[in-house]
Design a protein around this ligand. Sequence first.
Ligand code: NAD
Length: 508
Amino acid sequence: MSESQSITRYPHIINGEKREPGSGKYIPVFNPATNELIAEAAQGTPEDLDIAVHAAREAFNCKAWCNMPATERSRLLYAIANTVMANAQELAQLEVSASGGTISRVMGMDIPALADMFMVLAEEVKRFPFVDNLPARPLPEPTHTQVWREPVGVCALITAWNVPLLLFALKVAPALATGNTVVIKPSELTPTSTLRLVELLCELLPKGVLNVVNGRGEVIGDAMCRHPDIDKISFTGSTRVGKQVQQVAAQSLKRVSVELGGKGPGIVLPDADLELVAYGALYGVYLNGGQACESGTRLLVHDSIHDELVAKLAALSTQIVLGDPASPATGMGPMSSAAHGEKVLEYVNSAVEEGATVLCGGARAEVPGCEGGYFVEPTVLTEVHNGMKVAREEIFGPVLCVIKFSTEEEAIAIANDTDYGLSAGIWTADVVGAQQLARQLQAGSIWINDWHMIRMDAPFGGFKQSGYGREGGMESLHHYVEVKSVSTAFERNVRKKPLHRLVHKLLA
Ligand code: NAD
């Protein structure tokens, strides 16, 4: 971008209006494909957050919002989906320029999923059990009990840098569908699509229902976890920060859900279609340059098919088109930053030091026209064992670790021998047998004969240190409500109340 081109400034959006940061400062936003400055977004302060939380609280206290009938709320969620689709091109361009995700993925996957999440919940909200009637219990006396599900209150939503619009959908849709109000904090690295989307949605929503405060995680994210008037935190990010969020939020016992990292194992059985596995496993690890929590980063391959499969993996990897993510011809974009790219290659070096072989890739790639970006070649490592650093830690780059196994029991043991539990998969012709294996895998999503099979109507989330709580579908609504039991006694004659006499001996 030439110096003469103006840089768009994004203030916060609070109470339906743009608001300058109290600090007067803005955080630069760079295009990771070129390292060019593309925008500036407000550098929030805890005081800015206070103002946003106050607006969200006022909006929550307005009972018209949280008591809105489900049919009306459903119409609103559909209207949000329509607004997303009407502005798809602009939102996608903002997403691509800040995150480095390819335009083909963002337009083909993320934008449709963003709209779909709101449409799915527009239907689910009509059948969600906001009020359940329990069967009457005549003993010890006739009573009627209902279970009410009410919005939690003011929700602080903290999202990661890698797929901001998708994470927006997974959090904002269920929060609004259940009548909460929201303050969202996008990653300071990629805030532009969220800031623009909130601006668009404020046209549809009552003031203060949806607010966005941009800022650094250790300032705004941390202040959210401490804020006395925030009721719930929903966090997506690294396991390290997720643990901090949980600890800090525990001081006021806020409701917390955390969606964290992963180290997805895919088990390839001897009867698998190796052509399908080669394409599918590489789609599983190279989508977004491996910068996806649910990536399939460990491929566990049966001895008998190992050599044939790795030959296919190497041949296909070299055909992945690295390039400018804004070009529809690009299959894989840049790393989020040069520092992150260096870290990815350090992992590759550590694998070699521990005895692994670089089958292909393993170096920085030059991309003409994107000299300022940091691209890593699609990389396949063989001779990996599960104790190596590359097999244990989340690399967040385009690096596939191939690990051999001999028996199904061994494959399951290796797959589960990890701190994480977000995604896992099985490649086989025997889909019935795969169901039995799926029972033994410790992960929130199991994919059979494909990867990234994320549906907006299905729950998504982690076992173990990949987090807890679930996003997507009806399940997600349960994470944004408090449950209240409301019981009514019908007997008014104290002498006929069997339990009162336990205390009032006069009645006995
Ligand atoms: P990160 O943990 O560095 O940051 C995530 C968010 O937390 C950002 O908005 C950041 O500003 C904020 N933050 C930072 N410090 C904070 C603090 N002390 N208190 C509160 N908030 C703070 O993660 P990242 O680099 O943005 O994203 C990559 C990670 O996210 C990977 O580990 C990836 O696996 C994970 N991720 C998980 C999912 C999922 O659904 N499970 C989805 C996407 C990404």
